[in-house]
Design a protein around this ligand. Sequence first.
Ligand SMILES: [Zn+2]
Ligand SMILES: [Zn+2]
Length: 253
Amino acid sequence: MLDLHTHLIGHQDRPANRENIQDYLEAARRAGLQEIGFSDHDMYLEDLNLPLIREVAEEYPDLKVRVGLEVDYRAEDEAKIQTLLQTFPFDYVIGSVHEIKNWLFDYPDQAPKHREVDPDQLYLEYFSLVEKAARSQLFTTIGHFDLIKIFGVRPRTDVRELAANALQAIVENGLVAELNTAGRYKPVGEFYPERKLIQEMVNRGIEFTLGSDAHEAQYVGRDLSEATHLLQACGVKRLIRFEQKKRLTLPLS
Ligand SMILES: [Zn+2]
Ligand SMILES: [Zn+2]
């Protein structure tokens, strides 16, 4: 079992010190993980201490500890992201769309705005950014693929149709999707992506990794065994993990 989407410092809730790294690694052990990856938000890069993660990891020889980053994708920032990714030898990079034309749509106070626009248009705009992220050659992984459903707004049209170009871009660029369990604790109350999309991804040959999106140590590994069973039920035979951007596999049996 692995968890490649965790936030050591949350939203700048605590420092990136030895004690907090240990808290996360202890939580990973308790959750029975073999592997954990830290993927803090790129906007906090200056608050992180990535070499310290590698150092503390040596105290936990039973755990594989990876260092990644979750990057806010904005089309106009591609060059900036490219530069930022050269500052550390990341094991993997999650590209996430949290923002549509400067609208930070996933903030809790933005829920009403989701109901003021045409839902199909909302989904199409979101997925067109996911498509761009997938084509940018910057990432190994696409984060929480259907995050736009966060407040429970559903499109009129089949979501697989609205997501088709983004899915195609993921295939063409050899990216990995994640099954991200955090959506269950948002108003929508279900994993990202929903089962129908997982099945569509499997049909298109897209592979998966796992992430809790824990912003606190206590949530590391949350619901990941259920997530694994869901993937298996959809025909997934192995998970993907990363070392220095190289894809490694973890068979599911
Ligand atoms: Zn995110
Ligand atoms: Zn995250």
